[in-house]
Design a protein around this ligand. Structure first.
Ligand code: SF4
Length: 273
């Protein structure tokens, strides 16, 4: 992957505990105004962003998100139905033979670690949160989710925001980090300081949707190698743009929406809630 460019001076962000809410003092008006313009332009391009992992309930999304590490959503969406067919509930997966789970999730990579995490997380879910487990749901707090095996902030934020609409933080994966740095919204490299910067810049009510937008923008428009700057609806707002924008902002926003929609269909569609 191309090394991300640093666009603003490096600064130190206080370290937070894993499940600590992403809150911090409000930033100066200028960065927030820039963020608002970027957010508005992204919202114009991607008015209804969605997670590209398929799921029917919170537990399935948790499983899919664990499987998606170092894999693609398309692969996870292909593998997960057979896994859920064999083990349709947290209780069933908690009692599953590890070797069989390894076989079922093999195609997603790192299958031994993932199978172990899925079985142990299901056991912990059943033991600590039996009511949620009986409904194939998960606890609705960052702290409780992060106590489960294989679950860290990124996974917990994604599950709570996508399955339950809870803005516990900003999902930061490699796409989001790269996009945020290129747009000059952060100078950080590590996920938690990036998340803290983004949470300061965007209002809490926008964290869930904006997180999806940043992921999709990075996945399909602001590519790690060869970003599509000429057709990017954020080009006028981006200090890292590599080429002059072509056509109107409205036309580029429409084109990105179409691109993401088409690629989302190819990858198996979005979330089923
Ligand atoms: S202008 Fe280029 S670098 Fe900037 S956000 Fe768009 S695609 Fe990424």
């Amino acid at each position: 992957m191309a090394r991300a460019r640093r666009t603003t001076p490096k600064r130190t962000t206080p370290k937070r505990t894993t499940a600590e809410p992403a809150t911090a003092p409000a930033p100066a008006a200028a960065p927030r105004l820039r963020a608002r313009k970027i957010g508005a332009a992204l919202a114009r391009a991607l008015p209804e962003p969605r997670c590209e992992l398929d799921f029917d309930n919170g537990w399935q999304l948790l499983v899919a998100t664990i499987l998606s590490a170092q894999s693609t959503d398309r692969t996870v969406n292909r593998v997960a139905p057979e896994l859920f067919g064999a083990y349709p509930t947290p209780a069933a997966l908690a009692a599953a033979p590890l070797a069989d789970v390894e076989r079922l999730v093999h195609a997603t990579g790192f299958f031994r670690n993932k199978a172990k995490a899925l079985v142990e997380a299901s056991r912990e879910l059943v033991a600590r949160h039996p009511e949620e487990a009986a409904r194939s749901e998960v606890p609705r707090t960052l702290a409780a989710l992060c106590e489960l095996r294989g679950v860290a902030r990124k996974t917990a934020n994604l599950v709570l925001g996508t399955a339950y609409g809870l803005p516990t933080g900003f999902v930061v994966d490699t796409h989001v980090g790269r996009v945020a740095r290129r747009l000059g919204l952060t100078a950080e490299e590590a996920p938690e300081p990036i998340e803290a910067d983004l949470c300061r810049l965007f209002p809490e009510r926008e964290w869930v949707a904006m997180g999806h937008r940043f992921v999709l923008h990075g996945r399909y428009q602001c590519l790690a190698k060869g970003p599509r700057c000429a057709s990017c609806p954020l080009a006028e707002l981006c200090p890292s743009a590599e080429s002059a924008p072509e056509g109107s902002v409205a036309a580029r926003a429409k084109a990105e929406g179409a691109l993401v929609g088409a690629r989302g269909e190819e990858s198996g569609g979005g979330a089923r809630s």
